[in-house]
Write a protein that binds this ligand. Structure first.
Ligand code: MTE
Length: 353
């Protein structure tokens, strides 16, 4: 994004979504186009197919576990590892307790676009890299270390942290600063629900988030960005009802490349705010450092609200290309979520971009 840094966000007017790979598409729910035993072409496909098997296993088990958790309301809030169960009979019963279309009825982007066209620089800088490389990420066991300005800090196992019996599905627009966009049915919970148990104090003015950084699991991360990837929100943004933590999408556990096992989903902000694979959260008094703001402060602001009236220094933000569509469409203020406008009342959004 910064001139001297390999840009994650070069706008390419003729940028075309990659043709769906049948192997990956199948892994994500599309009908099979070829039998398991049939030959594949080349090394890349071989790797994808291996990744696919791993992901299918995880997804099925994940669905089972989520369903179990969702159906056992009477049970105490015991940890339910969504990767534990492989009982296929519970798959049908996966149902978030609430389903909300919050993208104005717009068509959901096909899952194989969303899971194959990614920004996850820890696994490579090309859009197709994370889907191929993120299989090395181990998503269980996984804990999140929460601390800072709060009365109940703790290192919590993810399956204790996520209330699997209160999962919601939210269909949100997602707009990258690179000017591509998608519409995704995420599965998760409002961030405010998760944060409340840590009892933030009145000194908690901001919340900082950190991604795992492990060179062994992320051998391709290199030095392209200062790791770990980090992000931040003002506390009122963090507590806003639209602010969501995703553990799944399209009714399944998140694929690694989309930020498994837990990521932020911030529909009114440019995609780089939606930090993936979170391991650490800090309540802090001062505005925290954020990765892209660190490497390009003139180009990537802390707030990063989608705003068609404030161009990026090197390209316009007035329009975008929805993956799978031929023509560009106009970008909407706050990505079409005007309910967040009061958060920024009185602020000069050209200065606080
Ligand atoms: N989180 C981490 N840890 N590393 C990244 O490179 N990229 C960001 C964001 N979160 C990124 C990240 C950017 S630029 C975007 S647009 C979104 O993830 C992409 O999310 P997606 O791949 O699920 O579409």
């Amino acid at each position: 994004m910064l001139i001297r840094i390999p840009p994650p966000h070069p706008v390419r007017e003729n940028d075309v979504a990659p043709a769906p790979d049948p192997a990956v598409a199948q892994s994500l729910g599309a009908p099979a186009e070829r039998g398991e035993g049939e030959p594949t072409n080349g090394c890349v496909r071989h790797r994808i197919r291996h990744g696919r098997r791993r992901f299918v296993g995880q997804s099925l088990a994940g669905l089972a576990g989520l369903a179990l958790a969702g159906c056992s309301r009477a049970a105490p809030a015991a940890a339910v590892n969504p990767l534990d169960s492989t009982d296929p009979t519970v798959l049908k019963r996966l149902a978030p307790t609430q389903e909300r279309g919050m993208a104005g009825g717009e068509t959901v982007t096909p899952i194989d676009d969303v899971a194959r066209y990614n920004n996850y620089y820890e696994f490579g800088v090309d859009k197709g890299d994370p889907a191929v490389n993120a299989g090395t990420l181990r998503t269980r066991p996984w804990s999140v270390d929460v601390g800072g300005e709060c009365d109940q800090p703790g290192v919590i196992d993810i399956d204790q942290l996520i209330p699997y019996n209160r999962l919601e599905e939210r269909i949100y627009r997602h707009r990258c600063v690179e000017a591509w966009s998608i519409v995704v049915p995420w599965v998760g919970v409002p961030l405010a629900h998760l944060l409340a148990r840590f009892a933030p104090t009145s000194k908690a003015k901001y919340v900082a988030f950190y991604t795992l950084y492990d060179p062994q699991q992320m051998p391709r991360a290199g030095r392209v960005l200062p790791w770990p990837y980090r992000e931040g929100l003002r506390i009122d943004e963090a507590m806003h009802p639209l602010t969501f933590v995703s553990v799944g999408m399209y009714g399944r556990v998140l694929p690694n490349q989309n930020g498994a096992p837990i990521r932020l989903t911030l529909p009114w902000k440019y995609g780089f705010k939606s930090i993936k694979s979170i391991v650490k959260i800090r309540f802090v008094e001062r505005m925290p450092e954020t990765t892209w703001n660190l490497v390009g402060p003139d180009e990537y602001g802390f707030y990063a609200n989608v705003n068609p009236n404030v161009p990026h220094p090197r390209w316009s933000q007035a329009s975008e290309r929805r993956l799978g569509e031929l023509f560009r469409r106009k970008t909407l203020m706050f990505n079409g979520y005007p309910e967040v406008a009061p958060l920024y009342a009185g602020m000069d959004l050209r200065r606080w971009f």
